[in-house]
Design a binder for this molecule. Sequence first.
Ligand code: MRU
Length: 342
Amino acid sequence: MMNSSFRTIVFDGEKLQLIDQTKLPAELCYLVVNDEQDAFQAIRSMKVRGAPAIGMTAAYGLYLGLRKHAHKDHEVFYKELYVQSVYLKSARPTAVNLAWAVDRMVAVAQRHPNDLVATTLERLKSEAESIQDEDERACRAMGVHLLEFIKEDMGILTHCNTGALATSQYGTALAGFYVAHEEGITIHVYADETRPVLQGARLTAWELQRAGIDVTLICDNMAATVMAQGKIQAVMVGADRIAANGDTANKIGTHQVAILAKHFHIPFYVVAPWSTIDPKTQSGLDIPIEERSAQEVIEWGGIQTAPKDIHVYNPAFDVTPHELITAIVTEKGTYHPPFKFL
Ligand code: MRU
């Protein structure tokens, strides 16, 4: 079942196309990814973004990049596989789904070391397609699980974009909103605009409005006000990496929303596929946090919004400590504190 009239990642067996998310909401257009370098650039520049979406893009990018080496001998091909996988994993550091997807591709090749290069390529292609198919099923399942917490007429605050644009379909936190909508449950979504890249304003507002879901855009600094006014009964957000103890990295600003939710006694749900859980990361302290360019903060659309040469600090993610999280919803079900993912 499909929830939206667009697909973020389209692979037809030959060609990979991605919605260029930097053009939204003004324009819905696709860019073509021909190889690992195009995939890397699309991820780094956030033309494609969202933890599951960058993982899928990297998986396809690796297949497409290796297809250029189909005629090479076995040893050269495998060397290329390792070089490209390291390169793709370095595109963005925080979302573990990127490394997870690339490692899964490499493991497929490693499991069949004696295959012909052509056979390995076929295996890589079908693994990338499986990652996408599984993501779609996982997103739908998370949406269904979220129904336990979504009630008629509820106000729900969300941060960043965790929708169909960030995944294959449905999204993670937004999957709950789409499934509720399909079930005829009325909800009132409040979308934080999510400075500095405006994923809430440009992407969440766009996709929910397009789906006919009641969505109200607020600036990031208005969250306390709408909570104090009793407009919010739950907060639902995504995740880029969940540590073994439940600490969760997500878009910058998520932590302050979690603190506010605690203050106002509002439940705070994290919604993410199993691939976002990183058992090798013990706690939030071990999660690498991406820092992005000052340009994102001091200008918008080419217009300067701060003094030139001002000092800027621009971490793209923050970590919400597990104590502030009411529950973590995955496709496998809902986890309550103390978090143990076995
Ligand atoms: O920098 P972005 O836009 O890639 O950050 C995205 C987020 O933080 C999302 O909340 C997260 O990836 C979950 S997407 C289902």
